[in-house]
Design a binder for this molecule. Sequence first.
Ligand code: BG6
Length: 478
Amino acid sequence: MPLKPDNCTIVIFGAHSDLAARKLFPSLYELALWGHLPDEYRIIGVGRAALSHEEFRARVHEKMAGLFPDTLQDEAGFRSFSARLFYVKVDFALREEYPALQKEIMEGAREVATGHNLLFYLATPPALAPVIVRNLDHAGLGEKDGSSGNWRKIIVEKPYGSNLQTARELNAVIGNVFHEERIFRIDHYLGKETVQNIMVFRFSNGIFEPLWNRNNIAYVAITIAEGFGIRDRGAFYEEAGLLRDIMQNHALQLLASVAMEPPVDFSADAVRDEKAKLLRSIRLATPLSVEGTVVLGQYEGYHFEKNVAPDSTVETFAAIKFFVDNWRWKDVPFFVKAGKNLAETVTEIVITFKCPPQNYFGTAESCCYTANQVILRIQPEETIAIKFGAKRPGEALITDPVFMKFDYKTSFTEAGMTPYHRLLLDAMAGDQMNFIRQDSVEYSWAIIDAIREAVATQVPESYPVHSWGPQSVHHIYG
Ligand code: BG6
C-alpha cells in the first residue's frame, strides 16, 4: 500500500454542491474504507445553510444512499467515516463568519491530533473563489499563517475563473495567500487512467514517437461526446456554456497530452512545462479565421431545461479546427468536438496517419479507406486500437481495414481508482503532476477567449437530441 498522507483537516467549501454530493464525499468515504486516508483526519463541510454536525452527517448519508446505495452496505464503515465529518455555517462573502471556521479547525485539530495540516477544497462557482481566499487569509488560515512543519494547500475546481482576466485576477489573489506549489487547480480528466496513459503510450514505446509529427500524421480528432443533456445544471450552464465547461479544460488538456514534446524527466514541473509550451503554440482565433473552423450548436429543447432562459444563445456543442504552430505540428489540423445530448457517450482521440504514397491494391473506397489510425478510447470501454490494412481473403489483392486492440479490462485486473480518489490523494501528498499550473490555465483561457470574441455574434445552430451535432459541422473538416 502507498504511504499514507499526513494527518490533516480537509475543508470543503460548497458542501451542498452537486460535486460534493456526487464526487467528493463518496470518494473520501471510499478512500477511508480502503485505508488510504491519514490515520487522523477531519473533514469540515462549509456552506450557507445552518446545520448541526449531526444534521450534516445525515444529509451526506441521505445523498449517498440516493446516488450510490451499493457503497453504503458497510454501515459500520460509514459510521466511522461520518464521525469525522463536521460542519460550519459560513456565508462565503462575510468576513465576520470565518472566525467560526477557524475555531472549528483549530479546536478539532487539537482534539484529534490532525496537526495543523489543512487542505481547502473550493467546490464553488468561480466568481466566489477570490472572496473565499481573501477571507481565509483574513481569518489567519492562509499558507503564510501556517506553523512550521505543517502544510496548507488549496484545491480549486474548474472552471478556474471565467476568462483570461478573471483567471489572472484569481491567480493573483490566491498567489498572495498560497505558494504555487500549494495550489492545485483540478481538472478531473487528468486523474483518468486512460488520460494518464497517453504519455506512457507515447513515451514508453519506441515505435510511435518517431512517427508522431507532421511528416506522418494527417490529422488528429478529439471527441468528447455525451449522450445526455445538462441535467439539472441549467444555472451553471447558462453562465458557462460548453466552451468554458469542457473545451477550456478537458478538451485542451487532451490536446496538450497528445501533442506535447517529451519532457526532460517525469517530474511534475517538467511535464507541465511541455504542456504549457504546447498550449502557448495553439493558434489564436480571429474573426476571419473562425469562418469554417468553429461551429457552435445548441440541442433542441435546451430552452425548456430548468433555469435556462427561453431565448438563451448558450452553446451546448462546439467543433473547432485547431492548429498548433510549432515545428512538430505545423499545418496538421486538430479537430476537437464536444457536446451534450449527442448520439453516444464517448471520449476518444483518433490519430490518422498519412496514406501511403501509392495505392497498389484495389480497395472498395480510396486508398485512405485503410489509412492507419491510432485510436485512444478514453471512455467508456477503455481501449487502444491500431487500424491498418490487411488483404481480404480471396484471389484479388484487395485491402480491408482491420484493428489490433488492447483492452484495459482484459489486460489488467486491478480496479483503478476514479479521478477524484486519485487527485485527492495526490493533493494531500503534494504531487502536482496532474494539476494545472498557472501559466497553462492562462494560455487555455487566451485560446477560449479568442474564440468567444470571434464568434460573439454567432447564434449556435440547433441540432436534434441524440444526433452528432449541427449540420454545418462538416464544414470544419473541409
Ligand atoms: C465536468 C463537466 O467537468 O465533466 C460536465 O462540468 C461533464 O459538464 C463532465 O459532463 C464529464 O466528466 P466525465 O468524467 O463524466 O466524462
